[in-house]
Design a protein around this ligand. Structure first.
Ligand SMILES: [Zn+2]
Length: 239
């Protein structure tokens, strides 16, 4: 069982920080009837997420698990969370085959290096994910539990982010990483399928125009996200 720590981000959103060899956050978002879980951690982490949810004030039932993208550190606990809570499990239509059917993300890779890393990742990580049944799709502009859906492809072909309108916060999944004190597209070299699309998505993330952005890996950027993303793109962007 990983160590889980709750980290409040905004009035309706807390991160469950799950640590093993690699830090991953699952976000719990409060809505009228309970909680949305945004992602589910690596396989075997579902009970830590459930315990964290149960430690929050009622209603604390997880009603929906929203999967931002198909990587095993985001979808690994979804099957168990759904079984234990009866939650709906949602993702984008593009991402569904990589989650539900176990299709390799190497098929979406835009470079030889990414194809190689994603093939390796498929055989060493993705295939260890317990089965996940998707019960519905989310498309750009859809609203759920106070969140609206934005598509930010590149890291994977159908990655989505979620914008909390009232809290003025973007849960940007892996469209941006904030690890080792630096922003970036890809902390694990090569697992981003399409770096050109990932850069375009980071520009779109800045264009959402909010100053609070919480990535799934590393601390949230609170109050200065636009500035920091612009500075990153200035240094590393190709356009
Ligand atoms: Zn990822």
């Amino acid at each position: 069982m990983p160590v889980a720590k709750l980290r409040p981000i905004s009035s309706h959103v807390a991160a469950v920080d799950l640590h093993a060899q690699f830090q991953v956050a699952v976000f719990l978002v409060r809505h009228e009837h309970g909680l949305l879980a945004i992602d589910s951690g690596f396989p075997g982490w579902a009970y830590a997420v459930l315990t964290a949810a149960q430690s929050l004030p009622e209603p604390n039932q997880i009603t929906h698990v929203v999967l931002t993208h198909a990587h095993s550190d985001h979808i690994g606990g979804a099957g168990i969370l759904a079984r234990e809570t009866g939650a709906e499990v949602l993702c984008s239509e593009t991402e569904r085959p990589y989650i539900e059917d176990g299709r390799s993300l190497a098929k979406a890779a835009c470079s030889f290096g990414a194809k190689l890393s994603l093939t390796l990742n498929h055989w060493t990580q993705q295939r260890k994910v317990p089965p996940v049944r998707i019960t519905g799709h989310l498309a750009p502009g859809d609203e759920i539990g106070g969140l609206s859906v934005v598509d930010l492809p590149g890291h994977t072909p159908g990655q989505i982010a979620l914008v909390h309108g009232r809290d003025r916060l973007v849960l940007c999944a892996d469209a941006l990483f904030n690890v080792r004190g630096e922003l970036g597209y890809d902390p694990t070299p090569g697992v981003t399928a399409d770096l050109v699309a990932a850069e375009a998505s980071m520009r779109r993330l800045a264009d959402i125009g909010l100053d609070d952005v919480a990535p799934s890996h590393g601390p949230a950027l609170l109050g200065d996200a636009r500035e920091r993303i612009a500075a990153f793109l200035e240094r590393h962007g190709s356009a």
